[in-house]
Design a protein around this ligand. Sequence first.
Ligand SMILES: *Cc1c(COP(=O)(O)O)cnc(C)c1O
Length: 428
Amino acid sequence: MKYFSLNNKSHKVSFEEAVVAGLAPDKGLYFPESITALPDSFFANIENLSHEEIAYEAIKQFVGDEIPEAELKRIIAETLCFDFPCVPVEDNVFSLELFHGPTMAFKDVGGRFMSRCLAYFNRDKDIKNTVLVATSGDTGGAVASGFLGVKGVEVIILYPSGKVSDIQERQLTTLGQNIKALEVDGVFDDCQDMVKKAFLDDSLKHKNLTSANSINIARWLPQMFYIFFAYQQLKKHNKPIILSCPSGNFGNICAGIMAKRLGLPIAHFVASTNANDTVPRFLEKGDYDPKPSIATISNAMDVGNPSNFIRIQELYHNNLSEFEKDFSSYSYTDAETEIAIKDIYNRTKYIAEPHGAVGYLGLKKEMAKQPNSVGVFLETAHPIKFLDTVEPLLNLKLPIPKQIESVLGKDKVRTKIKTYEEFKTFLG
Ligand SMILES: *Cc1c(COP(=O)(O)O)cnc(C)c1O
């Protein structure tokens, strides 16, 4: 399979080159040159397949012959080492829980898959790749855990000082080995700017920099897997399926649309956002006008200019009327999100965290327009990661899961930086 840059369709690279580089030299996102739907028999029989079999069928055309079948199957098995239950919340409404992995966020899936692809590509090489990640909270922990101990890869995580929760900070700073954490005196956008600048900096070419955000195809494409798993669990209801993704960089929802291109019967997509409403405004006004990010209680979605939106436009060939048939996008304030967390709990005893609650709100809005459907929202993180919001709202104490307990007693190790020059000195 070849991938082209969305900035220049004649620039084509292999899967390996796209994974290793992250972004094309012209700063375009990579996109697969063809997408072939899976046979009807696959969907007719999906309830009899294992997660690993489903994932292999979904991803194999995108990897092609660059990773041998047995290796790819091993990578998939190591990626999918936890459950993806679709939990009933109320009539016809399900929560697809993506938080049962090592860092309790969906990003474990992409982080684990990408790290193992890179390790495979580095198997006989002496070169070292440096993965740079700017995080507003969740990405860093999942990438760090996914890459821990991976040969030939050093991971450097930049996070904004005082802007991530204590648990998130511990997940970033306590692993050691090939994982380094930088506490940046600034906000998330400052971290992101440093990373972007480093990618453009010729004097850092020798570091073989790559990114592990969902711009990287090896982080983005495996996010299709759990959309297939949701269908596998919801198929028996025999109703059109509406999928609502609490969206920040729009990686999950874009993976969902890819899954639909492979034939997965998802009737409608909802991108639910917090106050960072660039896409809902675009759908309402027809004007794509990104704004600087605004801080909210669903901080992993505080993104002013969603990087994967350009891939979604490509998937719809920039045809706005086709796009609007399949896709809605709604924005919610923190106050609405808090009310939803309380309301869901009071009626159903289900504990949603702020991201999932935004997903729930968007789903309900769409289901009111399409009542004969079954709906699923992604619960993208475990409530414990947002306990400062969830516990006082619900007036309860959440038990600490074992994955979190294991980082609580450890000391935080990080280097504090303020300027790009300090960042460069650290990179060496
Ligand atoms: C990253 C993240 C999101 C946003 O996902 P995108 O695929 O970037 O839209 C939502 N919720 C949580 C908890 C996250 O960590």
